[in-house]
Design a protein around this ligand. Structure first.
Ligand SMILES: [Zn+2]
Length: 609
C-alpha cells in the first residue's frame, strides 16, 4: 500500500511556538504533583460540611467558598493533565497523570455530592430568602433557581446515589461503540482513478471526501461505510442500549419524555427543538437547490453523497499559513473592538493558547479547553488551508467566550453549556467569512474556496446535525413506546431522512447512507445534543448580522452575552443579546444566508461556463 502521508514529527520535534503554553498552568510535573496533593489534603475539610448546610446562611457561604477553592484547583490539575496527554497519547507519564486526574475528579465529585440533596431539603423558598438577606449568598440566586426547577425531578438521596452509581456501567454502550469504531475497525484502502491506493483511517476520512478524484472519494466513502456496516448488529445493540438508558433515566426522574429530560436543566422548552426541526424541514428545498448546483457544476447526471464536498473551483487556492490566518481573523473580528481583537490575537500568537502542529500521538480534531485561572487553550492540527483557518476562527470564538466569561463571572457561573457555546464559535466563523468574501471579491478561485468552506461548515452543522436530531427524536419515541431498535429499522429510517434531505439530484445507496448513525459514536449517546449545533449556527448568523449591519448597541449586546457565561439561562442570555431562538426567525435567517452563498457560488461556477 502506498503511504501517501508525509512523515509526521515526534512531539519533541515540534517547534516551541507551535505548541501551547501549559507551563503557564504548572511550571513542571513536580508543581502539578504538589497541587494534586493539595486537592487531596483539602478534601476532608469540604466533606466535613456534609449534614450541616441547613444550619444557616453563614455555614452555606462557608461551604461554597471551600468547595469552589477546591474545585478551582482541581480544574487546573485536570486541565494540565488532559492537555498534555491530548498532544502526546504515546507519553505514558502523561497518560498516567490524566488517569490520576480523572480519579481525583471522581473523588471530589463524590465528596461534594451531599450538597444538592441537602440544599433541596432546605427548600427553594428558604434559599431565596437567604440569598436576599445575606450578601455573600446573593450571587447564588440563579443557581438556586436552577436547582429549584430540577427539584420535582430529583429523587430521594438513596435513589439519587444509586442512579449516579449506575452512570458508569450505563456508559458502557457508548464505550463499546467507540472502541469498536475507533480501535477495532479496519478500512479497505481507497483507490484513485490511476490505481494508486490511499490509507483510510478515522483521522483522514474527512480529507478524502474533499479529494478532486471521484474514484478516491467514492472508494473512501464506500470503504468507510462498509467497515461500519459489517458490524451493524453489534452497533445497533449499542445504540439501542444508549437510547434505553436515556429513556430509563427520564422515566426514573418523572419526565414526560427523554427530550423533556434532556432540555429541562437548561430551561429550553421542547418547542424550541420541535420548531428547529420543523423549520429545517420546510427549508430543505434550499439544500436541494445546492445539490442541483453541484450536480451541474460537476457535469454528472446525478451526484452521490461522496460528491457533496468535491471541489468545484478547479485550481487549488493559495495556501494560508498560520500567521496569515491569525491576521485575517483579527481583521474580520475588528467590529468587536480592539480589546477583544487584541486579546484574541495575543492568545493565538505570543501567548501560545494554540497547539497547532500535527505530531505523532496527537489527538485528532479540534477543541477549546481550560478552566478559570488558565488560558483558554486550543488543540488543532493546522494545515495551511481555508478549512484550518475556519476551524481556528471557530475555536477562537469558544476561547474568547471562556476568556471573557471567566473574567466577568464568579466561579459558579464561569462555565456555560453547548447551546450558548456553539453560538460564540459560529459567530466568529460567520464574521470572518463575511470579511474574507468582501476582501477577495473578484478573485474567483479564492471566492469559490471560501464559499465551499462555508457550505461544508453548513453541511455538517445545518444538514447532518439536524437530520441526526430528527433521527434521534424518532428513535427515543420508539423506545418510549416499547418498540425495538434493530440494525434494519435504524438504517432504514436514517436512509429515509437523508433521502428527503438530498432530494432528486442525489443518488442514494440506502445501506451506506443509512449507516450514518453508526459513524457518530459519541454524538448520538449524548441525549439530544446535536440539535444545538443547528441552533448555534442560526443564533450566530443572526447576531453577526446585527453587528455587521451596525445596529445600535449590537457589539455591546454581543460582548454582554459572552461575558454572561452561565449566569443566565441560554435562551435568556441570547434574547438579551438580540436573538430569540424560541422563534423560527434565526433559523430562517441562517437559511437565507446559506441561500445567498448558493447564489454567489452559482454565479461564479457558471461564469466559467
Ligand atoms: Zn464548537
Amino acid at each position: 500500500m502506498t503511504a501517501l502521508r508525509t512523515a509526521v514529527p515526534a512531539r519533541a520535534d515540534v517547534p516551541r511556538e507551535a505548541t501551547w503554553d501549559t507551563d503557564s498552568i504548572f511550571a513542571s510535573p513536580g508543581a502539578w504533583e504538589t497541587a494534586f496533593a493539595r486537592v487531596e489534603e483539602g478534601l476532608p475539610a469540604v466533606a466535613a460540611y456534609a449534614g450541616r448546610l441547613a444550619e444557616g446562611p453563614d455555614v452555606l457561604a462557608g461551604y461554597f467558598a471551600a468547595a469552589e477553592e477546591l474545585s478551582a484547583l482541581l480544574g487546573k490539575v485536570f486541565v494540565y493533565a488532559n492537555l498534555n496527554y491530548a498532544v502526546d497519547t504515546l507519553d505514558m507519564e502523561a497518560q498516567a497523570r490524566a488517569d490520576r486526574a480523572r480519579g481525583l475528579s471522581a473523588r471530589v465529585q463524590a465528596a461534594l455530592a451531599f450538597a444538592e440533596p441537602e440544599l433541596l431539603a432546605v427548600g427553594p423558598e428558604t434559599l431565596g430568602q437567604w440569598a436576599a438577606e445575606h450578601p455573600p449568598l446573593a450571587t447564588y440566586r440563579h443557581y438556586f433557581d436552577m436547582l429549584a426547577r430540577r427539584a420535582p425531578h430529583v429523587r430521594s438521596a438513596e435513589v439519587e446515589a444509586l442512579l449516579k452509581q449506575a452512570a458508569d456501567p450505563f456508559a458502557t454502550a457508548a464505550g463499546i461503540h467507540g472502541t469498536l469504531t475507533n480501535t477495532d475497525l479496519t478500512f479497505a484502502p481507497a483507490v484513485g482513478a490511476d490505481g494508486a491506493e490511499y490509507d483510510v483511517q478515522q483521522g483522514n476520512i474527512n480529507k478524502l471526501t474533499f479529494d478532486p478524484d471521484r474514484a478516491v472519494r467514492r472508494s473512501a466513502w464506500e470503504s468507510y461505510a462498509d467497515a461500519h456496516l459489517a458490524h451493524r448488529n453489534t452497533l445497533a445493540a449499542c445504540l439501542s442500549a444508549g437510547v434505553k438508558q436515556n429513556v430509563f433515566l427520564a422515566r426514573a426522574r418523572g419526565y414526560e419524555s427523554a427530550l423533556h429530560a434532556a432540555l429541562a436543566p437548561n430551561h429550553i422548552p421542547v418547542e424550541v427543538f420541535r420548531a428547529l426541526l420543523e423549520t429545517f424541514r420546510r427549508h430543505l428545498p434550499t439544500w436541494h437547490r445546492y445539490w442541483g448546483l453541484r450536480r451541474r457544476a460537476l457535469g454528472l447526471e446525478r451526484i452521490a453523497p461522496y460528491d457533496v464536498k468535491a471541489p468545484l473551483g478547479g485550481d487549488a487556492p493559495a495556501a494560508v499559513p498560520y500567521e496569515q490566518a491569525v491576521a485575517w481573523i483579527a481583521d474580520g473580528m475588528a467590529p468587536l473592538g480592539p480589546e477583544y481583537v487584541e486579546a484574541m490575537r495575543r492568545g493565538a500568537s505570543e501567548a501560545r493558547w494554540v497547539d497547532r502542529a500535527p505530531n505523532r500521538g496527537k489527538r485528532m480534531g479540534a477543541f477549546s479547553s481550560g478552566t478559570p485561572g488558565t488560558n483558554p487553550f486550543i488543540l488543532m492540527s493546522y494545515n495551511d488551508d481555508l478549512l484550518s483557518l475556519s476551524t481556528l476562527a471557530h475555536e477562537l470564538g469558544h476561547s474568547m467566550h471562556s476568556y471573557l466569561s471567566w473574567r466577568a463571572q464568579p466561579f459558579v457561573y464561569a462555565r456555560y453549556g453547548l447551546f450558548a457555546a456553539e453560538v460564540a464559535s459560529n459567530f466568529n466563523q460567520a464574521v470572518v467569512r463575511a470579511h474574507l468574501l468582501e476582501k477577495f471579491r473578484g478573485d474567483r478561485a479564492f471566492e469559490i474556496a471560501l464559499l465551499e468552506e462555508a457550505m461544508s461548515n453548513f453541511h455538517r452543522y445545518f444538514f447532518v446535525m439536524p437530520t441526526l436530531a430528527r433521527f434521534e427524536q424518532e428513535m427515543h419515541e420508539r423506545v418510549w413506546r416499547g418498540e425495538a431498535l434493530t440494525a434494519a429499522t435504524l438504517t432504514d429510517r436514517m436512509a429515509d431522512l437523508f433521502a428527503e434531505g438530498f432530494g432528486p439530484d442525489v443518488e442514494i445507496d440506502r445501506d451506506r447512507v443509512g449507516s450514518t448513525w453508526m459513524q457518530f459514536s459519541t454524538h448520538l449517546y449524548a441525549n439530544f445534543y446535536v440539535f444545538q449545533y443547528a441552533t448555534g449556527i442560526s443564533g450566530a448568523h443572526a447576531l453577526a448580522e446585527r453587528v455587521l449591519s451596525g445596529k445600535e448597541n449590537a457589539v455591546e449586546d454581543y460582548l454582554g452575552f459572552l461575558r454572561a457565561g452561565g449566569s443566565k439561562y441560554p435562551l435568556d442570555a441570547l434574547r438579551d443579546a438580540g436573538v430569540d431562538l424560541a422563534s423560527p426567525e434565526p433559523v430562517e435567517k441562517a437559511f437565507a444566508v446559506m441561500a445567498g452563498y448558493v447564489d454567489r457560488l452559482e454565479a461564479l461556477v457558471s461564469a466559467a461556463g
